[in-house]
Design a protein around this ligand. Structure first.
Ligand code: MN
Ligand code: MN
Length: 476
């Protein structure tokens, strides 16, 4: 016997996985790669999830709110907010006043946006000015193929979906970098200054438009406008109001000879969004508690804005849910009291990625308190920086309860903190959920090269993240 079991050890999950689990990992990662290629932006994510949810029998919660449908146990609902944030739920047998089991991920990602007045011509080259969104290392966004994704609203009420750079015969866009031969000064600069924000200008074209009419417009920018007008029926003024996002035109792929990792843009936080989404779809029986997914926008810029996690929309969901429950039952519930109790009784997994240990940069991680690729979903009791500032912390009682569910289900998981102390830090939507009184813990898939145009995860961790969210829905 001895005392060998007193020590806590962790190892790569692959050692203890059987063939069924290994095959399931492969199947799951194929679907995930496919999803990453279809849903690079928050709007695309909502569109893709809504279409799958509808096919799986989910109905629009707005119909319940409007009295066209009745809330009942087993009802599957989705609810969207301005095409950029989304709620999904499977109504449980219990009164929502008892709280929900909820997983929340964000579906926005660091990127470049067109500025309101983007297009210009300089020395017979057409370019577009961008404004970066979220925490990027600007030098990573030059010399990589880029695509335009977005939406233009016309004054006649029509909405035009823009997507250029994803099809094989589409052109792509690029921000040029300086050749090393002439970069003697550039290379001496601080990494934050090597490429300036005002230098993130996208090449849009190089061939001029001209015609026999001397009164007609001419030049390279004119030609870009002509091409955009032919394809989408838009003109320069439309960009003033448009939302055009510039994202890497790189498809998600397996990484490594063993295909053990997945490379792709915006895995922060599409990986947690997709795994939570798939876990909710996997629930067959009517759960005791209502199980819900919350997909938020604007996390990368602080969660403010009416589609972000700080917006009242999330609270409104609880109020509407309790109201719908009341309407469907005795109708005697005080909605305000019920909604507040429902929120404070809710268990919330703040599903967001964390930094994985990188052998290229061991100096930023504290080896005992860091996440490793392949060891499963990583739990962070708290985020923040410099003395746990700016974050919430999960209680011992709540965390133990979650840990029991995972251990009982045989799910590999690991503990982490974001880097060595005082090296940096980060935050998630967790704190805004604790403001509402929920019990919250951060947990998600470890990621390498986070916020770069090509992030990397372990397919093993992706699979166990999905299984962890499923176990939480079913058994917590
Ligand atoms: Mn994130
Ligand atoms: Mn992030």
């Amino acid at each position: 016997m001895g005392i060998k079991n007193l020590e806590y050890k962790r190892e790569v999950a692959w050692y203890s996985m059987d063939d069924v689990q290994k095959n399931a990992t492969d199947d799951f990662s194929k679907g995930y790669i496919d999803f990453l290629n279809k849903a690079k932006t928050e709007r695309e994510c909502v569109r893709e999830m809504t279409s799958i949810a509808k096919a799986e029998g989910f109905v629009d919660f707005q119909d319940v709110i409007d009295g066209k449908a009745t809330l009942k146990a087993g009802l599957k609902i989705y609810w969207t907010n301005r095409e950029k944030a989304m709620m999904m739920a499977i109504i449980g047998k219990e009164n929502p006043i008892n709280g929900l089991n909820m997983v929340g991920a964000h579906i926005d990602a660091p990127r470049l946006d067109f500025r309101p007045q983007p297009l210009y011509e300089d020395h017979d080259m057409a370019l577009a000015k961008t404004h970066y969104y979220g925490g990027i290392k600007k030098y990573q966004w030059v010399s990589v193929p880029l695509a335009l994704h977005g939406v233009v609203c016309k004054k006649d009420g029509t909405k035009i979906i823009i997507n250029i750079g994803e099809e094989a015969d589409d052109p792509i866009f690029v921000i040029n970098d300086l050749l090393p031969h002439l970069a003697y000064e550039q290379i001496e600069k601080k990494a934050s200054d090597v490429i300036s924000a005002e230098g993130l200008n996208l090449v849009m074209g190089s061939l001029p438009y001209y015609s026999n009419d001397p009164e007609d417009a001419k030049g390279v920018k004119a030609n870009v406008l002509r091409l955009l007008n032919e394809k989408y029926g838009i003109s320069e003024r439309d960009f003033n109001f448009a939302e055009i996002e510039i994202v890497p035109a790189l498809p998600a792929r397996y990484v490594g000879l063993d295909k053990g990792m997945i490379g792709g843009y915006a895995q922060d936080d599409k990986v947690c969004a997709y795994t939570a989404f798939k876990a909710l779809l996997e629930i067959d029986d009517i759960p005791a508690k209502t199980c819900a997914c919350y997909f938020s926008d604007r996390e990368e810029v602080g969660s403010m804005g009416n589609t972000g996690a700080r917006a009242n929309w999330l609270e409104n969901f609880f109020f509407e849910l309790c109201n719908a429950y009341s309407v469907a039952n005795d109708g005697k519930i005080d909605i305000a009291v019920a909604a507040r109790r429902s929120m404070t009784s809710t268990a919330f997994l703040s599903a967001d990625v964390t930094a994985a240990f990188d052998p290229n940069f061991p100096e930023v991680s504290e080896p005992m308190n860091t996440a490793y690729c392949g060891m499963g979903i990583a739990f962070e009791k708290y985020t923040g920086h410099r003395g746990k500032s700016g974050a919430s912390e999960a209680s011992c009682e709540f965390f133990t309860g979650i840990a029991k569910v995972l251990d009982d289900a045989g799910i590999p998981w690991q503990l982490t903190e974001m880097g060595k102390l005082d090296k940096g830090g980060g935050g998630t939507i967790a704190q805004y959920m604790t403001d509402l009184g929920m019990d919250v813990i951060d947990c998600g898939t470890p990621v390498l090269s986070m916020h770069s145009p090509y992030e990397v995860t372990s397919k093993v961790d992706v699979y166990w993240t999905y299984k962890a969210y499923l176990a939480f829905f079913m058994n917590y």
